[in-house]
Ligand binder design. Structure first.
Ligand SMILES: *Cc1c(COP(=O)(O)O)cnc(C)c1O
Length: 396
């Protein structure tokens, strides 16, 4: 496969040509049950009629104006998100990494505004994934992300995830914020413990630090709540979101309380495309559906059923999966621990018509659209079983 695209991905040699609900079809007409949804992006499945309509209508009206002018659709989306979250204010971006990067600038500008500019460092967690910008890769200890790009800025102190004592020990005069994913995505679907989440909140309050959550993968209904932190009964000061909020259109946002965003004044930040009318029309349409009564309850119920189905499945497939390991994740962000090489098995499962992805060193992860029904869960289990039966471990 030669291509003029930089070879930074180990892509599967498959061309997807069409999507419909929970399914995708390739150029050979093969049908796939899409239980990864473009890495958690297609929260409403492929070509949801309400999103297609919003995109078509806005596409015939106005695409882009830049932020030289007011964008009413962005104002509307911001008001709606503010109404259902802790946030008072937000900045729209085109990707998760930009939304996360904006949260770094919020933390910096906050401490400048407070007269504590020496608090420039941020505590982050091991195995984190915050995107591929230079700051994003500096914020994690994952070697495969950092390797070949050093030197990286010394702005982050990485501590073990879910280790509250390590966070506390890392707080010094240079630290201004603590930042992590409530449920680690790429890192292997490890969820923050309640003690960690509430403990970090308290440490932030006691030390004048900002608590920043990266809900780019776990947000927008993925865990059955609109945002994952709602399971823990705390609110952050700042939060980055993306993926699901665009339903397939590139949109991200950095949400903040008014106090945390005190330094983000006119001229301090910008984006040519951020919050453009096309993106905002689609994101508003996503919210229309996600905020409909019963939608999150459905996602919660499907999450419970998926977990139950996997619990039943794994003991029968114990040459592939570890039936004794708890299933990592939460809601419709669910993984299974593999005994065999996870990437290899994910690739094999695709040939049985089910799309998943690998996470961490041994997790097969699933991020199905939030609109799945019981029959899709049944079909997923059948296809995983079929894949397990035909799987041959690679020669060592
Ligand atoms: C995907 C992801 C990002 C990066 O988002 P991009 O849109 O790829 O820039 C950052 N953080 C988390 C938790 C993610 O899952």
């Amino acid at each position: 496969m030669t291509s003029a695209i930089m070879p930074t991905y180990a892509r599967a040699d498959i061309e997807m040509v069409r999507g419909e609900g929970v399914y995708m079809f390739d150029a050979q007409g093969r049908k796939y049950l899409d239980f990864i949804s473009g890495i958690g992006v297609m929260a409403l499945g492929h070509c949801h009629p309400h999103l297609v309509k919003a995109l078509h209508e806005q596409g015939a009206r106005l695409w882009h104006t830049s932020n030289l002018y007011r964008i009413p659709l962005a104002e509307r989306l911001a008001e709606r998100l503010a109404a259902v979250t802790f946030a008072d204010t937000m900045f729209f971006t085109n990707s998760g990494a930009e939304a996360w990067e904006c949260s770094v600038k919020v933390a910096r500008s906050y401490h400048h505004a407070m007269g504590t500019p020496q608090k420039f460092r941020i505590i982050t967690c091991s195995n984190a994934f915050h995107g591929r910008t230079m700051a994003g890769i500096a914020a994690t200890d994952q070697e495969k992300l950092r390797k070949g790009f050093e030197p990286l800025p010394d702005w982050f102190k990485v501590v073990p995830f879910n280790d509250l004592a390590a966070v506390e020990a890392a707080i010094d005069d240079s630290v201004g914020a603590i930042k992590f994913e409530p449920i680690q995505g790429e890192g292997g679907f490890t969820a923050a413990t309640p003690e960690f989440m509430t403990g970090v909140r308290k440490l932030c309050d006691d030390h004048g630090l900002l608590m920043i959550l990266d809900e780019i993968q776990c947000g927008v209904g993925r865990t059955g709540k609109l945002f994952a932190h709602e399971h823990y009964g705390i609110t952050p000061d700042v939060m980055s979101i993306a993926k699901g909020i665009g339903g397939g259109f590139p949109v991200g946002a950095c949400l903040a309380t008014e106090r945390a965003a005190i330094g983000m004044t006119a001229g301090t930040h910008g984006s040519t495309y951020g919050g453009n009318p096309l993106a905002m029309a689609v994101a508003n349409a996503v919210l229309d559906i996600v905020l409909e009564p019963g939608f999150l309850e459905h996602a919660t119920q499907m999450g419970q059923r998926l977990e139950a189905a996997f619990q039943q499945l794994t003991p029968n497939l114990d040459d592939i999966f570890d039936p004794d390991a708890p299933l990592p994740g939460m809601g419709l962000m669910r993984g299974i621990k593999c005994k065999v090489p996870n990437r290899d098995f994910v690739n094999h499962a695709r040939s049985e018509g089910i799309l998943a992805a690998a996470a961490g060193k041994d997790v097969m992860r699933f991020l199905p659209p939030l609109i799945i029904e019981q029959n899709h869960i049944d079909e997923a289990c059948e296809r995983i079983s079929a894949a397990a039966k035909t799987y041959r471990k690679p020669e060592a």
